[in-house]
Design a binder for this molecule. Structure first.
Ligand code: SAH
Ligand code: SF4
Ligand code: F3S
Length: 417
């Protein structure tokens, strides 16, 4: 069968999609551009309203393409699939497979079955008690079409999240935290390095809590990091995402200990006011965050810190918001992803009052983004004239024609064209 994968959401989804495409190719399926596909696999994100809406509009766009052409169908996986489940079968009759976070591992087999039996429908929505290992985890030794970044790879170290930040739907759609066996993580990293992968990013919703669920064979995240960093041939190691409450001193010190641990950390702050952080259920305050930043920068003075910020959380006052701006000025993030708060079904914040007026939240977001633009500009200005080593991932999309260049990243995670 000819298939196309359409991905929304975070790096965990990107990684799941890459794996799924590889598993289907290994089963003899052919990955093609969307216009030529018979089977469409959507990997979806539910973290905010916008990405969720994109899923419905994408299915609407695909409907005429799939039409009544025999044999054609769609599969919906990921976080919206977990949330809506079999509801997709009713709304979009051409959807014949739904699979959630823990269903990914069994999706390739299900897709094969559906291709053979045109009347069947399958749902894989159960959460499993532990991390399920998957078939064909490795990319092929040679660079293949659609996978230009064979020098850089993601490796899952866990699934799910136990934090229940009050605004967040992830724990509901991704399930409880389940650490992967460190021996499996190491085996995959070792095999990737042997295939020429030079950069590995360890992935999880809260990597610093690795093992705290009792499933990590007694290995802490810091210890896992030490083991992976020590693998021969691995020149760059990164990890994401970190929660400030779980970032252990041993992990902070790892930035001084390992030369191949890249000087880059994504450390979501979310808000700068202690009152808002408390209502968000984040379990740290400004002082804790600032002391972490100090420790991190003393371990690695050139560390590039990036963050996530939410404006307009229920009850956020102008003064609370001012404290977020103040934190941004103090920390001087190299970059920030910022979002307007939106209600997500089933979360605690959905029931919190008062909601911030949408126009006011929009105005705050614009002010915040202006400030970050200025900070980012200053930060990038300091880089002018510096020489950096870039790990080339593939041809640059910014340039074409004669003299087209390459695209890669420096150790600080900055894209260089
Ligand atoms: N596990 C990661 C990422 C979670 S989702 C972490 O803990 O940092 C990515 C980002 O989406 C979050 O950091 C948060 O800033 C944002 N986000 C999550 N739920 C949201 C909501 N209901 N409204 C607006 N932004 C939200
Ligand atoms: Fe969501 Fe919080 Fe878990 Fe991140 S740590 S995925 S924001 S509940
Ligand atoms: Fe989105 Fe699910 Fe990732 S909700 S951010 S795809 S964990």
């Amino acid at each position: 069968m000819k298939f196309a994968v359409i991905t929304f959401g975070c790096q965990m989804n990107v990684h799941d999609s890459q794996w799924l495409a590889r598993a289907m190719r290994a089963r003899g399926w052919e990955e093609v551009p969307e216009a030529e596909a018979e089977v469409f696999i959507l990997n979806t994100c539910s973290v905010r309203e916008k990405p969720e809406q994109k899923v419905y509009s994408c299915l609407g766009r695909l409907a005429p393409l799939i039409g009544r052409a025999p044999g054609r169908f769609a599969a919906v996986g990921g976080c919206v699939a977990q949330q809506v489940g079999r509801g997709f079968f009713e709304r979009f009759p051409f959807v014949r497979l739904v699979f959630g976070a823990d269903g990914v591992a069994r999706a390739p087999k299900a897709l094969d079955e559906l291709a053979r039996d045109p009347r069947a429908r399958v749902s894989l929505l159960d959460f499993l008690p532990g991390y399920e290992e998957r078939e064909q985890a490795l990319p092929p030794a040679e660079v293949t079409a659609g996978e230009a970044t064979a020098v850089s790879a993601f490796v899952n170290i866990m699934q799910g999240c136990d934090n229940f930040c009050t605004y967040c739907i992830v724990p509901f759609v991704r399930g409880r935290q389940k650490s992967r066996a460190p021996s499996e993580v190491l085996a995959e990293c070792r095999a990737l390095a042997a295939r020429g992968v030079r950069e590995i990013t360890l992935l999880g919703q809260n990597v610093n809590a690795f093992g705290l669920d009792g499933q990590g064979q007694g290995v802490s995240f810091a210890a896992l990091l030490d083991q992976v960093a020590g693998l021969p041939g691995l020149s760059r190691l990164r990890f994401t995402t970190s929660h400030p409450k779980d970032l252990a001193p041993e992990v902070v010190e790892a930035f001084a200990r390992h030369e191949n641990l890249c000087p880059q950390l994504h450390l979501p702050l979310q808000a700068g006011s202690d009152a808002v952080l408390k209502r968000m259920g984040r379990r740290y305050d400004r002082a804790r965050y600032l002391s972490l930043v100090r420790d991190l920068r003393s371990a690695r003075p050139d560390l590039a810190l990036t963050t996530d910020l939410i404006v307009g959380f229920p009850g956020e006052t102008e003064e609370d918001f001012g404290q977020t701006l103040e934190m941004m000025e103090t920390v001087r993030f190299a970059g920030a992803f910022s979002f307007k708060y939106c209600d997500r079904p089933g979360t605690a914040a959905e029931r919190m009052e008062p909601k911030v007026d949408a126009a006011q939240a929009g105005e705050r977001l614009a002010r915040l983004q202006n400030l970050q633009d200025r900070i980012t500009e200053g930060y990038l200005g300091e880089q002018v004239g510096r020489e950096v080593t870039v790990l080339v991932e593939g041809p640059s999309r910014r340039q074409d024609g004669a003299g087209a260049g390459a695209m890669g990243r420096d150790a600080w995670g900055r894209v260089v064209n």
